[in-house]
Design a protein around this ligand. Structure first.
Ligand SMILES: *Cc1c(COP(=O)(O)O)cnc(C)c1O
Length: 419
């Protein structure tokens, strides 16, 4: 097989050779096998016509000012596009910058958004801000496509879900909602953070946009913040009234990406730096290897805990006891590294956590180290007990983000902590 042969279906084979092809396509001649870090903010041109062309969008794939991208961030974007099998990607400084870009540039006052009620806590908080600006929001139990269907009104423009919810691990009816969105011409936005494109491509269920917090498993080492929005190419942007007139020209497949890059990245400025993009791209090269391992470890540990007499319940999509187990099995190559569990004696939660030696008591997820956190008194403290009950978050719930430690080491440590 020639190195430039992209016919292999293996994502890692393609990923580790992406830099030299991208560099060649950009006119690179120095032969570096890794993408260099471009720190320049300004990009200059010999001929002023080219500078004008960059501004007017007639000269493609070039740069003008680093707030809208650099060759290094563009290389990462092209890798993410390949991983998601999309038509293009825009990167942001954080996952939340990517999520807010989607809401603030593709919705306007008077529009209606249907969102899963099982969402990342900060996304739920952001939806409150959005409501203050005149966007109507309905939160539904998206594990049922019927619940989504019932919420749709003539003003509905978008449906937003996460593949595996944190911390409860609920899985939406991904394909059912996809069919519904297609039927109603709605933007279907799937936050793919917990699964990542290594386990699931939202395009396969009809998603219009896939959002990833790169901070988690894609960068994968707990040393970089980043976010991305990938257009799958399935949505017909000609039917989207919120695309600004100036961007309704040329290839309609690019309209959404143009709006995101100009209105979110350029105007709002949540830009990913080249240094961090480089670190994320290096981490991404081992994504498939790491997530196969962390998924296997998570399943082993979740299975151990489910059979432990001190444990009341374990939430992990690849356990047969999970309410959306069949959907998870049908769509995800593995269950990923996130699970949560409840002790029979909720009051023992703090003591059990303090007895754990290997997992680090910390917020955050998708690190190489296993992280544990009691959910109610920390990440879901602000919302209060009533809302926690509504979301099915038990007061003694413990969230686990599984790292690269050996499964038997983790099982032994949880065993002694629960004894
Ligand atoms: C962490 C996370 C985000 C936000 O990502 P940051 O990079 O921390 O801003 C968004 N969605 C999901 C599902 C997440 O887990």
């Amino acid at each position: 097989m020639k190195p430039e042969d992209e016919s292999t279906p293996d994502p890692t084979t393609r990923l580790v050779h992406a830099d030299r092809h991208f560099d060649k396509a950009q006119g690179g001649v120095h032969g570096g096998v890794h993408m260099p870090v471009h720190t320049s903010v300004q990009y200059g041109y010999e001929r002023v016509e080219d500078l004008i062309g960059v501004f007017q969008g007639t000269v493609k794939g070039r740069f003008n000012y680093a707030r809208q991208g650099t060759p290094t961030t563009a290389a990462l974007e092209s890798k993410l596009t390949q991983m998601e099998d999309g038509v293009g990607t825009v990167c942001f400084a954080t996952g939340m910058a990517a999520v807010s870009a989607v809401f603030f540039t593709l919705l306007r006052a008077g529009d209606h958004l249907v969102a899963s009620r099982y969402l990342f806590g900060n996304t739920i908080s952001l939806l409150g801000t959005l409501q203050g600006l005149g966007v109507q929001v309905t939160l539904v139990d998206a594990t049922s496509a019927h619940a989504v269907a019932d919420a749709i009104t003539p003003a509905t423009r978008m449906v937003f879900v996460e593949t595996i919810a944190n911390p409860g691990t609920q899985v939406p009816d991904l394909a059912g909602i996809g069919a519904l969105c297609r039927q109603h011409g709605l933007l279907y936005v799937v936050d793919n953070t917990i699964t990542s494109p290594a386990l699931f491509q939202p395009k396969t269920v009809g998603a219009s946009l896939s959002v990833n917090s790169l901070t988690k498993t894609i960068a994968g080492h707990g040393n970089a913040l980043g976010g991305a929005v990938t257009d799958t190419g399935l949505f017909d942007w000609t039917g989207c009234a919120n695309i600004f007139d100036g961007y309704r020209q040329g290839d309609a497949k690019q309209w959404g990406l143009t709006q995101l890059r100009k209105k979110a990245l350029r105007d709002m400025g949540g830009t990913l730096s080249s240094d961090v993009a480089h670190r994320i791209a290096v981490g991404a090269e081992t994504l498939a290897l790491r997530i196969a391992q962390t998924s296997a470890t998570a399943l082993a540990l979740a299975t151990f805990l489910e059979s432990h007499p001190a444990v009341a319940r374990v939430h992990y999509p690849m356990l047969a006891s999970h309410p959306q187990h069949a959907i998870a099995k049908a769509h995800f190559a593995a269950g990923a590294w996130l699970f949560s569990f409840e002790l029979r004696d909720a009051d023992a939660c703090i003591a059990v956590l303090n007895r754990l030696q290997l997992p680090i008591k910390a917020t955050g997820m998708g690190d190489t180290r296993t992280l544990v956190i009691p959910v109610a008194p920390t990440i879901f403290w602000e919302v209060g007990a009533a809302r926690r009950a509504e979301l099915g978050i038990a007061e003694g719930l413990i969230r686990v983000s599984v790292g690269l430690e050996r499964a038997s080491d983790l099982i032994a440590d949880f065993g002694q902590a629960l004894a």
